[in-house]
Write a protein that binds this ligand. Structure first.
Ligand code: PGA
Length: 227
């Protein structure tokens, strides 16, 4: 069985209280199910405001979750009011999502800016999940994971077919030489197994399905028991 990466992207959701509830409920499910799957890597990508607490609580509960941020400053230390830089972030997270379509669309982030962010993240030792909506989107050098997310599939409940995603992602893998390529866009427990069964697909990036502990847990179970 191949190794899988399952990343949850909470986007701009959750308070500290809601985060605590989510973790406690997930842990209950985890312990009850007595799960030990060494070949799945779980990453939770959350708002900056939650990362310190998430770190503490994940340790306390013994959950097998790594943490990711959803953005990083294109600059280092200095006079950049409001920015969280990669050196600050690496104290709280191992991963960062860069280039998500929502950053490109709502925050006007360009390919050039995203390459600058990726450079900052890599220099600080963070691992990067770099999102691309299509095969022609530029991917900076030394990216750890590329996430293919067709725009029309994000948050719509209409995922790509596993076959099409698999063939697009085989092309992306060849072009970028990324070690892992994951699929994002309306991934749920009912379709995850079809995606991860494709040879070029190494995992998923799930938004909506990561928001409730039940649906996130169901994703993991469906991926691990049917692939
Ligand atoms: P979705 O979001 O699972 O809700 O489609 C995926 C993403 O935007 O990363």
């Amino acid at each position: 069985m191949k190794s899988l990466l399952i990343a949850g992207n909470w986007k701009s959701n959750k308070t500290l209280n809601e985060t605590e509830d989510w973790l406690e409920q997930l842990q209950l499910k985890w312990v009850t199910a007595g799960i030990n799957w060494p070949n799945v890597k779980l990453i939770l990508c959350a708002s900056f405001t939650l990362l310190y607490f998430l770190n503490q609580k994940i340790k306390q509960l013994g959950l097998p979750l790594s943490l990711g941020a959803q953005d990083v400053s294109p600059f280092g230390d200095g006079a950049y009011t409001g920015a969280v830089n990669a050196r600050q972030l690496q104290e709280l997270a191992q991963w960062v999502i860069i280039g998500h379509f929502e950053r490109r669309k709502y925050f006007g982030e360009t390919d050039e800016l995203l390459a600058q962010k990726a450079g900052q993240a890599k220099r600080a030792g963070l691992k990067v999940i770099f999102c691309v909506p299509e095969t022609t989107t530029p991917v900076p050098e030394n990216i750890d994971v590329v996430a293919y997310e067709p725009v029309w599939a994000i948050g719509t409940g209409k995922s790509d077919t596993a076959e099409n995603a698999g063939s697009v992602m085989a092309t992306i893998k060849k072009q970028t030489r990324a070690t892992s390529v994951i699929y994002g866009g309306s991934v749920v427990a009912d379709n995850i197994a079809r995606f991860v069964a494709q040879p070029a697909i190494d995992g998923v990036l799930a938004g909506t399905a990561s928001l409730a502990p039940e649906t996130f847990f169901a994703l993991i179970v469906a991926a691990m028991t049917t692939s």
